[in-house]
Structures are given as structure tokens and as C-alpha cells.
Design a protein around this ligand. Structure first.
Ligand code: FAD
Length: 523
């Protein structure tokens, strides 16, 4: 991977990014029973390629530069925020604002975010292992990160294993490939195999960063592995996941302006199989240290679930905008219940945005220099993202109305025989807009709520409701909560203890999170 970057510092332009993707080795990618020869020209992937290309384009615009690029703390250059560790509350807040702003432009995953969250988990976890075990993972990891920054690469995090029977741990699965695992440890590296699923943006990534999906016991040693492999490494098979509207891309033959697609940007998810893939030692960041997997996941999810609030806020803003536009078109914008619904949609965006910002502000600095968001707040943020955007979706569909949900296709609207009929029927009656405007806004909502994986992302991406709840339960200081009431009601009979407790409340500054220190390592 050596994109020509002369004249652009470390940051690739859109063209350089696209060239770098075209320059990858041939990959084994499948969809609808056929092998995809070129992912960059394949119609169902066009909107996804466009989305990530847009991010590379925006990083060169002066008005975006301070939002999505930062000075590297390792190199004397600006780098993408997605390749720079969070080192302060300000960095964390920038990530939230960038996630929201980019979601307002593209209305889908940025494709670059998850890699940065893998880095957010790996940096401190590698540091902890070196500190406790005398390994040299942190230096390896930082060298890899430097390489990523120097080449302005896109990395995706590959967390979710297919998992098989949920009640059985990795080592007890009938199919060992249900979790990615180490087949062989060699002097110069390791060999890994197994499945990962739901991988967003992976087909346009330069690097795949693999981390375990769940906490592990010593018997799961072979499954405790974190490492990075180039996406075009031999031995990888990808199968693109379906979306309800994927066949529409063939109708418009890759014309991503096609009205029936709803918008020009989308993301994709794929299943990936690693078949005895060799990973050299310098790219291995955890191998067998099962007791550090939980800690790695704690650091990772604290940042990943902060981002969810930023990008869901952006999506909700866009959805609210589309519903508002449609209300204007058909003349119901002043109806009391419509205004209430639209306002609630706007407040939904602010709620998840606010939680995301707050978890960055109330974070803490890890000794490695990485900034860890307040975990209780960031899990609360993701939990909220699994719920309230669905009210926004319901309101948008309410305002979209039945004819919006069942609108004719663009092809029928333009057909010489029935086009005029369809256009008359779909005309909103407002002289400022025509039937095609209404179709565009309607398809936008359709794309967000049932054409793409946007709602699936809100529900599952970054962990489902229960995953966030489990972590939030872990980080809630239950003894502290009970102590408040013991002191307030006199159940605590020792007056001195009660006064001391009141002083601890002042020190906590309103937090109920158990920890400003590090998650405990299981012995
Ligand atoms: C659109 C989309 C994009 C995504 N992008 C990515 C990505 O880029 N990278 C990535 O790595 N992953 C990605 N994911 C995966 C996502 O992180 C997972 O879907 C999520 O973590 C939940 O895992 P799961 O889907 O396997 O569900 P499961 O963990 O199997 O959960 C299914 C249900 O069973 C329950 N359950 C599971 N196990 C138990 C148990 N032992 N006891 C009781 N209840 C249980 C859960 O609470 C849940 O209700 C994406 C997912 C989606 C839908």
C-alpha cells in the first residue's frame, strides 16, 4: 500500500483513496451466488464506495479540517481523527461532533470509525499487558498505528464472531471456526482461522483489526487473539450481506443518483472467513492473555458506544429533516401533533448527542495517554440508541403516510404511458414542490427506516440493548446508591461514618460510576 501522497501531507484525497482501493490484490468476494470481480464498480456497493470516498474528500475542505483531522502526537503532520487516539476530553468531543456531522452528510456509517475504536481499546490494553506481564505489545501497536497514520489508511474493527450456541464458550463450540482462533504459533507469527460476521465497511478497508468479541476464561486461550491483517490478504473469503434494496442498484446500473435508492450514500456489511491466515508477530497485539480480553473490550466499548450517540444523532437529524420537508409539502406542518412529533424527533437527536458528549467530558486519562470516556455514560448512550431512534422512525413513517410508503417507482413516474398519471397522483399539491421532490424525500425516509441497515445499526451495531445493560450494571456503584439512602434515612447509625460518606459525595461530583480507576483484571 503506497498511495502517492506528495503535496497532500499524510492525508489521501478522494482520488488517491479510490486508487489505493483499486490497487489492492484481488479479493475473494461473493454476493447473490456470484463472485464480484471488482468491488469498486459493483452496483450494490456503489453507494458505500461513495460514502467512504466522501469522507476522504471532506478532510481536504478547510471547513471540515478542524473537525475530522488533528495534529498527530507521533508525526509532525495532520492525520485523520479516525487514525488518532483520543488523548483528551476535547478529542472525545470532537469524535462525537464529527460522527454527527458526517452522519448528517451521508446518513450511514462513516466506514472509518470502528478502526479508531479498535485502536482506542488496543492502546491501553497493550500498555496494561506490558506493564503487568513484561510483553512488548504497546510498542508493536504504536508502530502499527504510525504506519496507519503515515498512509492514511481505513481500518475496520472485526469483533463479532458468529458464536454458534450462545450458551457455550468458544472452546466448547461444535465448530471451532465459530470464533476466530489461533491455529498455530510460529516463531515469526501466528496462523488464524474462523468466521466474523456483520462487518461494516470491510470491503473498502485497507486493514482489518481483529479483536475478541467476548470475555474469556483460560480454557479459551486459543480464541484470545487481537491482530491486524491487510484486507487483501490471501485466505480471506467475504460474502456481502443483503439489504432490502440491494437489487435496486442493478436497476439504476450504478447510478447512485437514482431516486429510488433514496440517497447517494450507504454502507455495507459482510461475513468474512479467515482460512489459515498468517499474521506476522509485529501485527499481533494479544495472543492467549485471556485475562486481558475483558479489559480490552471495556476500553473499546467505552469509545465505540460514545460514537453511537454521535452518529445516531446525525441520522435522527436527517430523518427529522425529511419528515419536516414532507409535512411542508402536503401542508400539515402547522398541525399540533405534527409539530410535537417533529420536535420530539429533534430532541431524540439531542438526547443521544448529549449522552455522547457527556461521556467524553467525564472520561479519564489512562496511563498510556489514551482518553477513556466515562463507561457508564457511554453504555447508557448506546442503550438509549437502541430505543429512542425507533420512536423517531415511527414518527417519520407516520408523516411519510401511506402513499409515501407505497409510492410508485421512479421508472413508472418517468414512463411514457403511465408517468404523467403517476406524477399527477403523487403531486403534493404545493406549488413549491413536484411529484419528484416528494418521491425524493419519501425514498430518503424509506432508505433510512427499511431500505438500509440504519435501524439495524441503531439496534445491534456496537452491541445490543442487553450488552449495554450488562456493562452499565457493572459500572454502576450499587453500594454507593444504597449508602445514599442509608445515610438519608438513619439506617446508618454511626454518625461519623454518615458524615464521612457525605464528604465522599462531594468528591464524586455527581457521578455514580464505580470507577475512575481501571477495570479490574480477573486473576
Ligand atoms: C448493521 C450492523 C452493523 C454491524 N457492524 C459491525 C462491525 O462493523 N463490526 C463488528 O464486529 N460487528 C458489527 N455488528 C455486529 C454487532 O456488534 C452485533 O450484532 C452485536 O454485538 C450483537 O451480537 P449478535 O448480533 O451476535 O447477537 P447475540 O449476541 O447473539 O444476541 C442475540 C440475542 O440473544 C441474547 N443473548 C445472546 N447471548 C446470550 C446469553 N448467553 N444469554 C442470554 N441471552 C443472550 C442477546 O441479548 C440478544 O437479545 C454489526 C451489526 C449490525 C446489525
Amino acid at each position: 500500500m503506497s498511495p502517492a501522497k506528495e503535496g497532500f501531507g499524510m492525508l489521501m484525497t478522494k482520488q488517491q483513496f479510490q486508487d489505493s482501493i483499486r490497487a489492492r490484490k484481488p479479493m475473494n468476494v461473493w454476493f447473490l451466488g456470484e463472485k464480484i470481480e471488482d468491488v469498486t464498480t459493483y452496483p450494490p456497493l456503489a453507494a458505500s464506495f461513495n460514502a467512504i470516498s466522501k469522507i476522504y474528500e471532506l478532510q481536504h475542505r478547510p471547513d471540515w479540517q478542524d473537525l475530522i483531522t488533528v495534529p498527530s502526537h507521533m508525526l509532525d503532520e495532520r492525520v485523520s481523527i479516525y487514525n488518532a487516539p483520543l488523548r483528551s476530553a476535547e478529542d472525545a468531543n470532537r469524535k462525537t461532533r464529527a460522527a454527527r456531522a458526517l452522519a448528517e452528510v451521508i446518513g450511514c456509517c462513516t466506514h472509518r470509525c470502528t478502526g479508531s475504536e479498535a485502536f482506542a481499546g488496543l492502546g491501553p490494553a497493550c500498555y496494561d499487558m506490558d506493564h503487568d506481564l513484561g510483553t512488548n505489545y504497546f510498542e508493536r501497536f504504536m508502530n502499527f498505528l504510525k504506519y496507519v497514520q503515515q498512509n492514511d489508511l481505513t481500518c475496520t474493527v472485526t469483533v463479532t464472531d458468529v458464536k454458534g450456541l450462545r450458551t457455550a464458550p468458544p472452546h466448547a463450540q461444535a465448530d471451532r471456526d465459530s470464533y476466530v482462533h489461533v491455529d498455530e504459533v510460529r516463531e515469526d507469527g501466528i496462523v488464524i482461522s474462523g468466521f466474523k460476521c456483520n462487518q461494516t465497511g470491510i470491503l473498502f478497508a485497507h486493514e482489518i483489526v481483529i479483536v475478541p468479541t467476548t470475555n474469556m476464561k483460560p480454557e479459551d486461550k486459543d480464541f484470545a487473539v487481537a491482530c491486524a491483517v491487510p484486507a487483501d490478504t490471501p485466505g480471506l473469503t467475504f460474502v456481502l450481506g443483503r439489504t432490502p434494496q440491494d437489487k435496486r442498484f442493478f436497476e439504476v446500473e450504478g447510478d447512485i443518483e437514482g431516486i429510488d435508492l433514496g440517497k447517494q450514500y450507504a454502507d455495507h456489511q459482510a461475513l468474512v472467513y479467515f482460512d489459515h491466515v498468517f499474521v506476522p508477530n509485529e501485527r499481533v497485539f494479544l495472543c492467549g492473555e485471556t485475562q486481558y480480553v475483558g479489559r480490552l473490550l471495556s476500553y473499546f466499548t467505552a469509545v465505540h458506544r460514545l460514537t453511537a450517540g454521535g452518529c445516531k444523532a446525525g441520522g435522527c437529524s436527517a430523518l427529522c429533516g425529511a419528515a419536516s420537508l414532507l409535512a411542508d409539502m402536503v401542508g400539515v406542518q402547522k398541525a399540533g401533533h405534527i409539530r410535537t412529533k417533529l420536535t420530539e424527533m429533534a430532541m431524540t437527536a439531542e438526547t443521544v448527542y448529549g449522552l455522547s458528549i457527556a461521556s467524553g467530558v467525564e472520561g479519564f486519562q489512562h496511563p498510556s495517554g489514551f482518553w477513556i470516556p466515562n463507561p457508564l455514560m457511554s453504555h447508557t448512550c448506546k442503550y438509549t440508541c437502541t430505543k429512542i431512534p425507533f420512536d423517531a422512525v415511527r414518527y417519520a413513517r407516520d408523516i411519510l403516510a401511506g402513499f409515501g410508503e407505497t409510492a410508485p417507482s421512479e421508472l413508472d413516474m418517468r414512463n411514457p404511458e403511465v408517468g404523467e398519471l403517476c406524477q399527477r397522483a403523487f403531486n403534493p399539491g404545493n406549488p413549491k414542490y413536484n411529484a419528484f421532490d416528494r418521491l425524493r424525500a419519501s425514498r430518503f425516509i424509506e432508505h433510512m427506516v427499511r431500505g438500509s441497515n440504519w435501524t439495524a445499526m441503531a439496534l445491534h451495531g456496537g452491541g445490543n440493548q442487553e450488552a449495554s445493560t450488562v456493562m452499565a450494571r457493572m459500572y454502576t456503584d450499587w453500594e454507593y446508591l444504597k449508602g445514599l439512602v442509608k445515610v438519608a434515612t438513619g439506617i446508618e447509625t454511626d454518625a461519623q461514618k454518615a458524615e464521612e460518606f457525605i464528604d465522599t459525595i462531594g468528591k464524586r461530583q455527581g457521578r455514580i460510576c464505580t470507577t475512575l480507576d481501571l477495570p479490574k483484571v480477573e486473576s
